[in-house]
Design a protein around this ligand. Structure first.
Ligand SMILES: Nc1ncnc2c1ncn2[C@@H]1O[C@H](COP(=O)(O)OP(=O)(O)OP(=O)(O)O)[C@@H](O)[C@H]1O
Length: 280
């Protein structure tokens, strides 16, 4: 099967802020692909470039090298405006639905907006909104409510409904459950899995939490300092000790800062060496 998304040797350096400022390369030759209906979990410690890669796929960050193609079409240098027709196909769910939902709009307006922009009549849009709410497990009367009237998990369901409105083929999910408690996390992940089974949508699922990504991904790609250092089937990558970066992530607290994580990784490597030396 042809990949839906192909990222080849992608490089990205954010523009320099001042005359003397330096700007390190944030993506350093990243290549990956995602098949239709597949979930690729993108993990890595804070600052490794995961969000930047997601933003590049969405056309929100400008690559300085390499290419991105979607369904065979080269979209590397297309701005979000130029690729407006692709908005149907590639959607996003962010970590904080509160900031991505307009607080002044009722949920029905938020959900109907993209539908009407794509030419649906008000009547059809109303029916689609009702179906979307049902799909994400929210009661029908949610349509008349405002974002502030929902819990975090419910708001994330609204954000998922919004992403689903145009029946996309790929959703970039950037830390979509990180702000939720564990039980709610599991429910939202299960919802995403159910939706994928039903619609065949693919996910680029970004998180620094390997436990979360293990639950939802078919394959996992691990980033470290702007490079992809490990990729493989979720079960293999997380269980095989040879996948050192993944193992280190499994043992690192997802909230630890890069220095702490580096320290833990070095400590783990040291322990491994000690164990190896003791067993010979
Ligand atoms: N708009 C920007 N301008 C300049 N530098 C940026 C910008 N956004 C991110 N960076 C830098 O790019 C690097 C990668 O950041 P990015 O947010 O992609 O990492 P991440 O792996 O998603 O991290 P986290 O898990 O903490 O969200 C970091 O060093 C960050 O400081």
């Amino acid at each position: 099967m042809n990949p839906l998304l192909t990222v080849s040797d992608l490089r990205l350096r954010y523009p320099r802020r001042g005359l003397f400022a330096t700007s390190p390369e944030v993506l350093r030759g990243v290549s990956l692909d995602i098949a239709p209906g597949e979930t690729l979990g993108l993990v890595g410690e804070s600052g490794s470039g995961k969000t930047t890669l997601g933003r590049a796929v969405l056309g929100l960050a400008k690559p300085t090298g390499g290419s991105i193609s979607f369904d065979g079409r080269d979209i590397t240098h297309e701005t979000p405006k130029a690729r407006r027709d692709l908005a149907r196909d590639i959607q996003v769910v962010f970590q904080d639905p509160y900031s991505s939902l307009n607080p002044a709009l009722q949920i029905s307006e938020t959900l109907a907006e993209p539908l009407i922009a794509q030419g649906e009549t008000n009547k059809d849009a109303r029916a689609t909104v009702a179906a979307l709410l049902d799909k994400v497990g929210l009661p029908a009367d949610s349509a008349e409510r405002y974002p502030r009237e929902f819990s975090g998990g419910q708001r994330q369901r609204v954000a998922i409904a919004r992403a689903l409105a145009l029946s996309p083929r790929l959703i970039v999910c950037d830390e979509p459950v990180s702000a939720l408690d564990l039980t709610t996390q599991a429910r939202v992940l299960d919802l995403l899995i159910d939706i994928q089974r039903e619609t065949g949508v693919a996910y680029l699922f970004i998180t620094h939490d390997l436990q979360v990504v293990r639950h939802i991904s078919h394959r996992i790609a691990v980033m470290y300092q702007g490079e992809l250092v490990e990729t493989g089937k979720a079960a293999d990558v997380t269980s095989n000790p040879e996948h050192e970066y993944t193992q280190n992530l499994l043992f690192a607290s997802p909230t630890a800062d890069p220095d702490t994580q580096r320290e833990r990784r070095e400590r783990r490597q040291e322990l491994r060496r000690e164990q190896a030396a003791a067993s010979t």
